[in-house]
Design a protein around this ligand. Structure first.
Ligand code: FES
Length: 538
């Protein structure tokens, strides 16, 4: 099908917009992939491609010099797609190898990259790669980039798991082999018969067999304790920040606090200062709350309203409510973060351009929280002389009620009963707890200060109280809430002192509740060589 391109090609279509030209070229590549899937490279012809694309042969010749050029362009498209949709997002998670490998398995076996059509076309090109240098180069480059990434992630996982007896190269080859076998299975099926969930489970089962406890293993409820060093280690805190906290969705406030264009909420998150703004079109936007020139907060306080722009008074940089620079402000837009609203609760997540590593915590929806509240929020911050995890563990343990200092259990019970306040709680992992009770909505957010200290931020939204009795109950509940918080902080500090006291050793204890076991399991994964066993003496 090769032809003398310049002379035999028809005159180009007159002044087609670039986007149209790209769309047409892409349509031809899609049709070529479909033709390859049905006929294979040797029997695919320009005529078959244009029939699928429903385009004229003349237009095909405008975009490709020959059938061979069209086949190479199709293979290049598949390779670029593989890079953009798998290699790039997985590499962005390389500092969290478990999440990265899970993402890699999902993408590699997902319908976007591994449809029957695309898989069979890849195999068709591989089959001819020994005879065609261009196919060999493109397929080989794609394979070696993939292998390098898998090797790097497995090596990193071996290093962080402390299981240094494992041969990272051999494990990486094993994973590539498992994925390859699963692809081969896809190539001989139809989309309706492919069981992608089962394929994913098999790939993760392989990884889990090498790295027990990771890759979606059921949370072992038997994990009872973490070593005492987990509550004092600066190195572990750094790992927690990088792997657990940095990209975690954080509560910013209620959507009703952002009623109009220009209204904003600022928040302090483990990843730094952030702000949420409602832009002129009514959309919520989130940015880092830092001037690009000097990293001070662009907006101070918790909430406010802007007159159409975000400005820094120091040197006059100005940004629109969509974060884009205004006037002669140099540089790019403000750094965007993910933002989502769940049942009226606004959360800010990882950088907007980054990979989706998590979703906003759904449990808050079960509380029906925002509908229960009225009036403005109060935000109080308490310093806590305890590792942040001590507070989280108290939240996740069965709560018998912590009596404020000087209160008898009877008095506590009486007040609790009066307030009818047994708040349903939603753990918004890894560092937040929401409670909706008769006093209103309370969201607790613990932020590590250092390995032995934390800040507890408490958002309180009063309940919408209609009757006098409801108002009285809400008052009692809020009073109890504050006392309970202070008591919990005192208990957390006491636990921290106990953990640090010389000679401390844990007694064997009963199995932790599932949520607590899962939390400790997540921490244990970050603590090389220190994965605890039930009743592990610290
Ligand atoms: S520090 Fe913000 S504009 Fe210079």
């Amino acid at each position: 099908m090769s032809r003398s391109p310049r002379r035999s090609r028809p005159a180009p279509p007159p002044a087609r917009p670039r986007a149209t030209r790209e769309r047409q070229r892409q349509r031809l590549i899609d049709a070529c992939i479909s033709a390859l899937h049905v006929h294979g490279p040797s029997k695919t012809t320009v005529e078959k491609v244009v029939a699928i694309a429903r385009m004229s042969p003349g237009i095909v010749r405008f975009y490709f010099d020959s059938k061979d050029a069209m086949l190479v362009a199709s293979l290049e498209f598949l390779a670029a797609e593989f890079e953009e949709r798998l290699l790039v997002p997985v590499a962005a998670l390389r500092d969290r190898p478990v999440a990265a490998l899970e993402h890699l398995v999902d993408l590699y076996l997902g319908v976007e990259l591994a449809s029957t059509r695309k898989v069979s076309v890849w195999y068709a090109f591989w089959g001819e790669a020994s005879a065609r240098q261009e196919y060999h180069d493109i397929c080989g480059s794609r394979d070696s980039k993939f292998e390098d990434l898998v090797r790097e992630l497995i090596a990193s996982l071996v290093a962080t798991s402390g299981a240094r007896h494992l041969d990272a190269d051999a494990i990486a080859l094993g994973l590539i082999g498992v994925l390859e076998m699963l692809w081969q299975g896809f190539a001989f099926q139809t989309e309706s018969t492919i069981d992608r969930d089962s394929a994913r489970r098999r790939a993760l089962a392989y990884l889990r067999s090498v790295f027990p406890g990771a890759f979606g293993a059921a949370a072992p409820a038997a994990i009872a304790t973490l070593p005492a060093s987990a509550y004092t280690s600066a190195a572990l805190l750094a790992a927690e920040r990088a792997s657990l906290l940095r990209d975690a969705w954080q509560f910013a406030g209620l959507e009703r606090e952002l009623p109009a264009a220009g209204t904003w909420l600022a928040l302090d998150s483990p990843a730094g200062l952030a702000l949420v703004v409602r832009d002129a079109s009514g959309r919520l936007r989130a940015f880092r709350n830092a001037c690009p020139q000097r990293p001070h907060a662009l907006l101070d306080g918790r909430a406010g309203r802007l007159a159409g722009e975000i400005g820094c008074p120091l040197h006059g940089l100005r940004y629109g409510l969509d974060g884009e620079p205004l006037g002669d402000t140099p540089g790019g837009a403000l750094r965007a973060l993910s933002v989502a609203s769940v049942e009226g609760c606004v959360f800010v997540g990882p950088p907007a351009s980054g990979p989706e590593v998590a979703r906003p915590p759904a449990p808050v929806a079960a509380l029906g929280a925002s509908a229960l509240t009225a009036g403005p929020a109060t935000l109080t911050e308490f310093p806590v002389r305890a590792n942040w995890k001590v507070l989280v563990e108290l939240w996740l343990e069965p709560r018998a009620g912590v009596a404020p200092a000087g209160w008898s259990a009877r008095r506590l019970a009486a007040l609790t009963a009066a307030a009818r306040d047994t708040p349903p709680a939603a753990f918004l992992g890894p560092n937040q707890l929401a409670e909706a009770g008769s006093g209103g909505l309370t969201v607790l957010q613990v932020l590590p200060a250092d390995a032995r200290g934390a800040r507890l931020r408490v958002f309180q939204y009063p309940a919408a109280s209609a009757t006098r009795a409801e108002r009285a109950r809400a008052y009692l509940a809020r009073r109890l809430e504050r006392q309970r918080l202070l008591a919990e902080i005192a208990l957390a500090e006491s636990v921290q002192r106990g953990l640090e006291s010389p000679g401390y050793a844990a007694e064997p204890v009963a199995a932790a509740p599932p949520a607590l076991a899962a939390f400790r399991q997540a921490i244990a994964r970050l603590l090389p060589g220190a994965q605890p066993e039930p009743g592990d003496p610290r």
